[in-house]
Write a protein that binds this ligand. Structure first.
Ligand code: HEC
Ligand code: HEC
Length: 357
């Protein structure tokens, strides 16, 4: 009687051991597949070496990022729409800029975006340095009339001079307080806005950095074909794809009243109609609402739309929940330094006053 019981216990234990060994093999295979598709984030130091910018440029760029005097009305900074306290977005469908006007597209996050193949939903700026000039001069956003007007503001604030000197060296001929140096510095700051997450720890070999449901979601994410577009270091950001590729038009899902032609507006190439630069999915749980039209507030619903529109499939609620569990693991740590507000150098009587005309 006693031995029989013991035997059962032993055989049950053996079964459990072999089962978990089997599961561990599965887990290792999944990790290996994931490592072929995704890469962990670089560090800010690695970015600095690769792109050759300095700490002084980052410091200047951060100050500029928070300075509303770079807008005509004196109320809008980069941080207004890309709030670093809320994962680099404003959590609005459309952002409010100069005199409260709304733009026509949802503001994507500035976090990790320097890693993307190009900037904006339609990829019209090649990198973050080129991108940074856009919003200052955009009449709906910061509405400055010209690059010269931006320079006039910066040159009227003497305490900006030492920051520019530290970043670019004292100018022997004229001034280093230029629009171009300002946008370069903002770009340098943005290149440090990287948010490592548990998924990065997973990719470097720590299988338990993700929970079992998150790993199940990762498996689904790969199996079902999300990785055709959401791959690499950003889980997206690397290619252009049509929204509504398999089932469309896309606004049947988003309810958008005014279709956005996307990349077509840049290239005028018929093949680019409704094509967008694939967004990255890091911190996606925090950057609602979703899509270029900011139409969808639920991540489960956004995933369901992707399954149908991009893959022509239908998934069970359980599968969608698993994918969303995986997407939650992509929420990372915003660099502590970026969460500390900079002190802005004071205006002088020469500084152009806020202008709301
Ligand atoms: C009034 C709101 C607003 C302000 C102010 C603003 N942005 Fe944006 N930003 C947006 C919107 C909206 C988009 C998307 C526009 C598009 O794709 O056509 C965007 C796109 C971007 C992107 C591209 C991200 C990606 O994934 O492609 C970056 C980077 C960025 N902004 C940085 C900045 C910087 C730097 C400043 C300050 C100089 C700034 N923004 C000011 C609303 C704003
Ligand atoms: C054929 C390419 C493609 C495939 C496959 C694909 N996506 Fe996307 N995904 C896109 C594009 C393009 C967008 C941007 C759509 C828009 O707003 O214009 C996007 C947007 C998203 C968004 C919203 C991002 C944001 O910042 O608003 C999420 C979430 C998302 N995809 C998840 C998924 C998931 C999960 C899968 C698999 C079920 C998937 N995608 C499959 C191309 C794809």
């Amino acid at each position: 009687m006693k031995t029989k019981k013991l035997k059962t216990v032993v055989s049950v234990m053996a079964l459990a051991v072999s089962f978990s060994a089997f599961a561990a093999n599965d887990d290792r295979a999944l990790l290996k597949e994931a490592q072929d598709v995704f890469q962990p984030l670089p560090t800010a130091k690695q970015m600095q070496q690769k792109h050759g910018f300095t700490d002084a440029q980052v410091k200047l760029g951060k100050t500029l990022f928070f300075d509303p005097r770079l807008s005509k009305g004196g109320t809008v900074s980069c941080n207004s729409c890309h709030n670093l306290a809320s994962y680099g977005v404003d959590n609005m469908s459309f952002s409010q800029g100069f005199k409260g006007q709304f733009g026509g597209r949802n503001a994507p996050s500035v976090l990790n975006s320097s890693l993307f193949v190009a900037q904006f939903w339609d990829g019209r700026a090649k990198d973050v340095e080129e991108q940074a000039g856009g919003p200052m001069l955009n009449p709906l956003e910061m509405a400055m009339p010209s690059e010269k007007a931006v320079e006039k503001v910066l040159r009227s604030i003497p305490d900006y001079q030492p920051l520019f000197d530290a970043a670019y060296g004292k100018s022997k001929t004229g001034t280093n307080v230029t629009f171009q140096n300002a946008t370069k510095a903002i770009g340098a700051f943005e290149r440090t806005l990287l948010t490592p997450s548990r998924f990065d720890r997973y990719l470097t070999g720590d299988i338990n950095a993700l929970t079992a449901p998150e790993r199940a979601g990762l498996k689904k994410f790969m199996e079902v074909g999300c990785i055709a577009c959401h791959y690499g270091v950003g889980l997206g950001g690397d290619s252009y794809q049509k929204f509504g590729l398999v089932k469309g038009p896309y606004w049947q899902f988003t309810g958008s009243k005014k279709p956005d032609e996307g990349r077509f507006e840049v290239t005028k190439n018929a093949d680019d109609q409704y094509v967008f630069r694939v967004p990255g999915l890091r911190n996606i749980a925090r950057t609602y609402p979703y899509f270029h039209d900011g139409s969808i507030w639920s991540l489960n619903q956004a995933v369901d739309i992707m399954v149908q529109a991009q893959l022509g499939q239908k998934l069970s609620d359980k599968d969608i929940n698993d994918i969303v569990a995986f997407l939650n693991s992509l929420t990372g740590q915003v660099p502590a330094q970026a969460l500390v507000m900079p002190q802005l150098p004071p205006s002088t009587l020469n500084t152009p006053r806020p202008d709301n005309d």
